[in-house]
Design a protein. Structure first.
Length: 106
């Protein structure tokens, strides 16, 4: 849920991933992503205590994370996105863990 920092302090939040943005539209999208990632984290925490909601929330979170992993993988060589490699690897592991959970709890 730490991406909320990127919503309120976009330059500082992006600096943690070694990314610098100057274009106002890019900063706006980065802030939006920070809020979206924060909300996904909140949904995961909420679903942990709501068994009936757990699977749908996990599917949505996995889909969002898989999309980010795919985007990072497709742009792996892009110099300005090198700071996103760790996030892509982390999210790939999250997708795998969620998939295993969902398959075991059909």
């Amino acid at each position: 849920m730490s991406p909320i920092l990127q919503f309120f302090l976009p330059q500082q939040g992006l600096a943690l991933s070694q990314i610098q943005l100057q274009e106002p539209a890019a900063i706006l999208f980065a802030q939006h992503w920070g809020m979206m990632a924060f909300c996904m984290g909140l949904l995961l925490i909420w679903a942990a205590k709501q068994p009936i909601q757990r699977k749908p929330v996990l599917v949505l979170v996995a889909l969002e994370k898989l999309a980010l992993v795919a985007l990072i993988a497709m742009n792996w060589q892009t110099q300005s996105l090198q700071g996103m490699h760790l996030a892509g690897i982390f999210d790939a592991v999250c997708v795998a863990v969620i998939a295993v959970f969902l398959l075991k709890n059909r």
